[in-house]
Design a protein around this ligand. Structure first.
Ligand code: EAX
Length: 323
């Protein structure tokens, strides 16, 4: 008898939301390992959220494409079937067209420049643009400057890249830009890439150092050239179905947690870069460190007319002007 009463009371309290222990577990997905820059960012975010909400919000980590490719994860976040994702901008422009401007090759000079833009008014404005598309952009994290790997030959200048079949992200700006290098861009979701490289469906791909390391691309690619041809931002996105239920205080906790995650994730990008060349050479890769960057920049220059038409020359100039 006693037992039954307790059960009813406990149930009643839970239904009324009175339980002090009420806990929500959020699913967070990303396309690299738990130990990668994405994983470290996601874990840091979740620790901060847990702390800041006194344990009311916790996460379950889904690394290694466990919830699908980046396009699928963004869709799921929109729908509310997935709570959080830490994704690159690869597929994001298909949902939020304004974001595509940051995918222009050779737009950013270096990490300081890129991070300043993403954390400044331009980047923050782009985060807000996501809201109208049913995506809550919490903070820009980072994937890193991208480099070309391939199985055919060492690339010293744009001339050497000519004719290579290169996997690209599902990103029109990248495809337009990389075409000017003379490569054949082949869009493909990330989860398919390792096998495609292994089987020779494509000759190469391009990605930041942390992705090359974390996915052991040295097993399927002989050549790496530090082309730095485009900056690859990433972003922590949250489903509106979670966001809309948060109190203002909790919203603040989530945003601050995302900003702290960005610091951790960016540091991992830098740390990986500082050890990568030695490590990848040890793994048998041939690494071209001093690429003729000018040849790539020259090749892509004509495409800037198209980018200016699409995004506005003033908007591109505003990004370039950030010091
Ligand atoms: O987000 O698809 C890609 O090349 C991405 O850079 C990678 O999955 C990490």
């Amino acid at each position: 008898m006693m037992k039954k009463t307790h059960l009813v009371l406990a149930l009643g309290a839970t239904l009324l939301g009175l339980s002090a222990q009420a806990q929500t577990v959020l699913k967070i997905g990303y396309s690299n390992a738990l130990t990668s820059h994405y994983g470290m960012g996601a874990v840091a975010f979740c620790e901060e959220v847990d702390k800041g909400t006194q344990g009311r919000y916790k996460c379950q980590q889904y690394p290694n494409n466990a919830l699908g490719g980046e396009r699928e994860m963004i869709e799921a976040v929109q729908l509310g079937t997935q709570d959080l994702a830490n994704v690159s901008t690869g597929a994001l422009g298909n949902f939020v067209p304004e974001v595509k401007i940051v995918d222009i090759p050779f737009l950013f000079r270096d990490y300081d420049h890129a991070r300043k833009v993403m954390d400044g008014p331009i980047g923050q404005d782009l985060l807000k643009k996501m809201t109208a598309k049913g995506i809550v952009g919490l903070a820009w994290t980072e994937n890193g400057f991208r480099h070309i790997t391939n199985s055919k030959r060492a690339i010293n200048s744009a001339e050497d890249a000519r004719g290579l079949k290169l996997r690209t992200m599902e990103n029109k700006v990248h495809m337009e830009g990389f075409k000017t290098f003379g490569v054949l861009p082949t869009p493909m979701a990330w989860p398919e890439v390792f096998t495609a490289l292994q089987q020779g469906t494509v000759d190469g791909q391009e990605n930041p150092i942390p992705v090359i390391l974390s996915n052991k691309l040295s097993q399927v690619q002989k050549y790496l050239s530090l082309t730095n041809h485009v900056y690859s931002p990433a972003v922590l996105v949250l489903s509106p179905s979670v966001w809309n239920k948060l109190s203002d205080a909790d919203k603040g906790v989530f945003q601050e947690a995302a900003r702290k995650a960005a610091v951790v994730q960016r540091k991992k990008v830098n740390d990986d870069e500082s050890v990568a060349v030695a490590e990848l050479r040890k793994d048998g890769m041939q690494v071209v460190e001093k690429v003729n960057g000018e040849s790539f920049r020259k090749a892509v220059a004509p495409a800037y007319a198209q980018f200016a038409k699409e995004f506005g020359a003033d908007k591109i100039a505003a990004i370039q002007a950030v010091k």
